[in-house]
Write a new protein. Structure first.
Lengths: 284, 99
């Protein structure tokens, strides 16, 4: 996997809005942004109501994913171009999720909604009608998804990358600074985790930094590229962004996203928790 | 709940200003409010901390700990930033002008 396979520019997107077998998909937690104006022809995907099981804390199952993509009019041989707000957090999550269920051609729009808007590119309120398809998903590829026991066993042996902000890492905050701090679980991080905030991988306009900058960043922060890596954050969306940078852009082979992330780990009974800035400072 | 919540001048229910430090304000172009601006909260080292989109009335809001912060706004009408020092719990209002 490389940058050319995984990432498309806003210019490319603008020139390929009507390309055959290409579906633009806006992914967000709050889809009111889509309703107010989206990339022409894009369909919407709701991170919470469509990608999460409504009862258990897990993803929709294979049959559910097949039903979802069929209803969106997405075929197995379509190229899916994902974008969204929040610096592509949820779009990166959806990218990882599409890969988890084996979709072949999926790409992320560099800079997402933010760059598109700041560039003054066209937005549209018309909702496209795509005919129903018969989508077939693969079994989950768990080589890119980490579960809690694996994470506990990874302490001190694999690279654990905590991509939250330094204040969340140290335990001073339980959620990002733009959200109310309502969570009940413990604050801190998984022992031995490095703190490399997701934002260090992105430019101000939401685009990813260059491969050279990314390589230098993770090297400086102490990521051992000879070891497997597990990335986590609070609910797994910011760490999808870092998973994308490491696995899709830099081509690191053994990288997993821990979607349970701090909201699971920080609520587990009996597991070790570390507070404070960690061994390598506050991610700076 | 990691998505940016709707930005309004009113604080969400349950916000306790005797315990929490809340940064609020408007993005303006000098005269009118600028909605749809990307407002970034940067720490004292210039490192990114959080980002929200300003409401139609130009309002933004962050929850932050005491310290010195930069509020930086990116918009189609230009960019701008302002510094704010949070000494403790309470409400801190800062206008950010873009040009």
């Amino acid at each position: 996997m490389s940058r050319q396979d995984a990432l498309v520019t806003a210019d490319w997107a603008e020139q390929n809005l009507d390309a055959p077998n290409t579906v633009f998909v806006e992914v967000d937690e709050d889809t009111t942004a889509y309703d107010g104006g989206h990339i022409p022809g894009a369909v919407k995907l709701d991170w919470k109501t469509e990608l999460q099981d409504p009862v258990r804390r897990d993803f929709v199952d294979k049959a559910g994913f097949e039903r979802l993509l069929s209803s969106k009019g997405i075929s197995n041989d379509d190229t899916v171009v994902l974008y969204g707000g929040n610096n592509n957090w949820f779009a990166a999550y959806a990218y990882w999720y599409f890969k988890l269920y084996g979709h072949q051609a999926v790409k992320l729009l560099d800079g997402g909604r933010k760059k598109w808007e700041l560039d003054g590119r066209k937005l549209d309120t018309e909702v496209p009608q795509r005919p129903q398809t018969q989508y077939t998903a693969q079994e989950q590829d768990t080589s890119i998804r980490a579960f809690r026991d694996e994470v506990i066993n990874a302490i001190g042996t694999k690279n654990l990358v905590d991509v939250r902000s330094p204040d969340e890492f140290s335990g001073k905050l339980l959620a990002p600074a733009h959200l109310p701090q309502e969570q009940a679980q413990r604050g801190g991080h998984i022992p031995s985790a490095l703190n490399v905030p997701w934002s260090k991988a992105a430019n101000e306009d939401g685009t990813f930094k260059s491969d050279e900058e990314l390589r230098k960043l993770y090297e400086q922060e102490g990521l051992d590229s000879s070891r497997p890596t597990i990335a986590y954050c609070r609910i797994g969306e910011r760490s999808s962004h870092t998973w994308f940078a490491l696995h899709e852009l830099l081509g690191e082979t053994d990288v997993k996203n821990y979607d349970g992330s701090w909201t699971e780990y920080g609520s587990l009974v009996g597991v070790p928790v570390e507070t404070g800035p960690g061994q390598r400072g506050s991610g700076s | 709940m990691c998505g940016a919540p709707e930005q309004t001048a009113e604080l969400p229910p349950g916000t306790d200003l005797s315990k929490e430090s809340v940064l609020v304000g408007k993005v303006t172009d000098g005269s009118s409010p600028v909605g749809g601006a990307y407002v970034r909260l940067l720490d004292s080292t210039g490192e990114f901390t959080a980002e929200v989109v300003s409401s139609a009335s130009g309002d933004y809001r962050f929850f932050a700990r005491p310290g010195t912060w930069t509020v930086r706004a990116l918009s189609r009408s230009g960019n701008g930033q302002a510094e704010v020092t949070v000494g403790g719990p309470g409400l801190f209002t800062t206008e950010v002008e873009v040009a």
